[in-house]
Design a protein around this ligand. Structure first.
Ligand code: CMP
Length: 139
C-alpha cells in the first residue's frame, strides 16, 4: 500500500550541493517528496532523534556530524515507501551498498553516508512527527 517514510539528506551531501541529484533518485525510484525543509539540526534534536544509538561508540561522532551543517528533512510517499527508500539508499556502509544506490554513488563513509531513511512503519511515523506538523505535509 501507499506509505510515508522519513528521510534526511545529511551534511556531507548538502555540503557537496547534492540535494537535487539525490531528490531525483528518490523521484525516479517512484517516491514523491510530500514535505521538505532545510534545517540546521540542534544538538538536542540530534541526540533525541538518534537516542536509540546513545550507548553506541559512534553516538557522539554521529551527533557532531549531523549538526556540522545543514540537512534536508523530508517525507517521502509511495507504494511500499519504507522498503523502496531503503532500496534506493543502499546499505548503511557505502562500501557494502549496491551500485546505483544513493550511498554507493555519493556516500563517503559509514558516518557520512549522505542519507538517512526510516527502517520500519513505527519509526517512520515517529520520525515524521518529530520534524513535521501534519499541516506541513501535503500529498
Ligand atoms: P542512519 O540511518 O542515519 O542511522 C544511524 C547512523 O549512524 C547510520 O545511518 C550511520 O550513518 C551512522 N553510523 C556511524 N558509525 C556507524 C557504525 N559503526 N555502524 C552503524 N552506523 C554508524
Amino acid at each position: 500500500g501507499i506509505e510515508r517514510t522519513f528521510s534526511i539528506i545529511k551534511p556531507d551531501a548538502t555540503r557537496r550541493n547534492l540535494t537535487g541529484k539525490i531528490n531525483a533518485m528518490f523521484e525516479d525510484g517512484g517516491l514523491r517528496i510530500v514535505a521538505q525543509k532545510r534545517i540546521r539540526m540542534t544538538r538536542e534534536q540530534a541526540e533525541t532523534f538518534y537516542g536509540v544509538h546513545k550507548e553506541r561508540a559512534f553516538f557522539n561522532d554521529l551527533v557532531e556530524f549531523m549538526t556540522s551543517g545543514p540537512v534536508v528533512v523530508q517525507v517521502l510517499e509511495g507504494e511500499n515507501a519504507i522498503l523502496r527508500n531503503r532500496e534506493i539508499m543502499g546499505a548503511t556502509n557505502p562500501a557494502n551498498a549496491d551500485e546505483g544506490t544513493v550511498r554507493a554513488t555519493y556516500g563517503e563513509s559509514v558516518e557520512a553516508n549522505s542519507v538517512h531513511g526510516s527502517d520500519a512503519p513505527e519509526t517512520a511515523a515517529e520520525e515524521i512527527a518529530f520534524f513535521f506538523a501534519g499541516s506541513e505535509i501535503t500529498g
